[in-house]
Design a protein around this ligand. Structure first.
Ligand code: UD1
Ligand code: UDP
Length: 361
């Protein structure tokens, strides 16, 4: 038995190609949602839009700290594992849900398969860096999206087998871009600007720091291009807590939205001029041949150096002077962007399921 575990927005999106490939091959598997993300627009909307089956199991978490949540998730996952007895548990990326799933799997003697293995920011302020290192070192099957990621794993002498597969984010865009063009028309009609950038911001080390969040608001206020901004729930909470929300609402060249569905969001990306973000996944998505946008990464490090090397990403931090100067430069940059994404060819899901089918069924 194969188990596939998701818990947050990016995992649902990036595991979709794996789940749909398992479905199309008629392979028996158990699909679990940990409940880390629980709002409709952070979770269920993606199950629906991406045409995924309802998870066989999903939890409601009571704890609020990361430690409490990880503990609860392990207890729930342990119960399911006793019942379903998975041989291999597939996890994706670097969230708290995935650490919980990896620990729960090991403790019942299952093997861990890590989709998107080998990413390293070398930035120990990031909870995601702790998580991905822990998961990589207990995984039996490591699906590295790129050669760079494979090299990181080899340097750390991980225990498991490494496969270079590409990133499933590219498979998802290949699959859903056509539908997205149709489904994003409504949101695009609501955008009151001819040209716009897309902005997202949610990393804990950014938004939980009042000074960094204030710098972010200054960037929004002084942006030379109008911006569309779907606000992550964590960031909304902090903007309110630090008394910055009213300032953000008053910015005339800013369109604020709730978190958007995937189809609306990638439609928006495609029609934008530029992206400003501290997201991990966006650094990959902008490189897709049907999107091809420059991204100003509002962080001081990245675990996706391929985005910089290929010319898509400018990793600049959150100092408004530096960000705004880079934004001006990127908007006027004439150098063509590569045609192909450095993150894969859209067949990652198939390669991953080839292995899962062999070892898990
Ligand atoms: C988590 C991941 C991060 C990932 C992000 C994707 C970890 C350590 N972090 O960050 O790597 O990039 O998901 O978006 O796992 N909240 C809601 N509704 C929701 C979900 C969250 O209101 O549906 C609020 C809650 O106040 C919660 C806070 O956001 O306490 C933070 O949520 P959490 O899941 O802990 O972390 P994210 O910041 O979402
Ligand atoms: N995304 C979305 N709606 C939004 C913002 C992002 O569907 O309003 C998608 C985006 O296309 C990408 C994923 O969510 O696939 C990225 O999630 P996030 O930035 O929250 O997490 P990270 O990638 O940083 O872990």
């Amino acid at each position: 038995m194969i188990a596939v575990v998701v818990g947050t927005r990016p995992e649902i999106i990036k595991m979709a190609p794996v789940v749909l490939e398992l479905e199309s091959r008629g392979i028996d598997y158990t699909f679990v949602h940990t409940g880390q993300h629980y709002d409709y627009e952070m979770s269920k909307i993606f199950i629906e839009e991406l045409g995924l089956p309802e998870p066989h199991f999903s939890f409601e978490l009571k704890g609020s700290t990361p430690g409490e949540q990880i503990g609860e998730m392990i207890i729930h996952l342990d119960k399911i594992s006793q019942e379903r007895k998975p041989k291999v548990v597939a996890v994706q990326g670097d969230t708290n849900s995935m650490v919980a799933a990896a620990i729960a799997a090991l403790k019942v003697g299952a093997e861990v398969a890590h989709v998107e293995a080998g990413l390293r920011s070398y930035d120990w302020r990031m909870p995601e860096e702790h998580n991905r290192r822990m998961i990589d070192h207990v995984s039996k099957y490591l699906f590295a999206p790129t050669e760079d990621a494979k090299r990181n794993l080899e340097e750390e002498m991980v225990y498991g087998e490494i496969y270079v597969t590409g990133n499933t984010v590219i498979d998802a865009l290949d699959r859903y871009m056509g539908l997205a063009e149709e489904r994003s028309k409504e949101v695009l009609e609501k955008v009151p600007f001819d040209e716009f950038g897309v902005v997202t911001f949610h990393r804990a080390e950014n938004v939980d720091n009042p000074q960094t969040l204030k710098d972010f608001v200054r960037i929004l206020e002084r942006s030379p291009i109008p911006l569309v901004y779907p606000v992550h729930p964590r960031t909304r909470k902090r903007l309110l807590e630090f008394g910055l929300w009213d300032r953000v609402k008053r910015i005339p060249h800013l369109m604020i939205t709730e978190p958007l569905g995937y189809l609306e969001f990638i439609g928006l990306l495609k029609n934008s001029k530029i992206v400003l973000s501290d997201s991990g996944g966006l650094q990959e998505e902008v490189t897709h041949p049907k999107i091809r946008k420059r991204i100003i990464v509002l962080r001081t490090s990245t675990e996706r150096p391929e985005a910089i090397k290929s010319g898509f990403a400018y990793v600049v931090g959150t100092n408004p002077v530096v960000v705004l100067a880079t934004l001006e430069r990127a908007l006027n940059e004439g150098a063509p962007l590569p045609e192909a994404s450095p993150f894969g060819d859209g067949k990652a899901g198939k390669r991953i399921v080839d292995v899962l089918e062999r070892v898990g069924s």
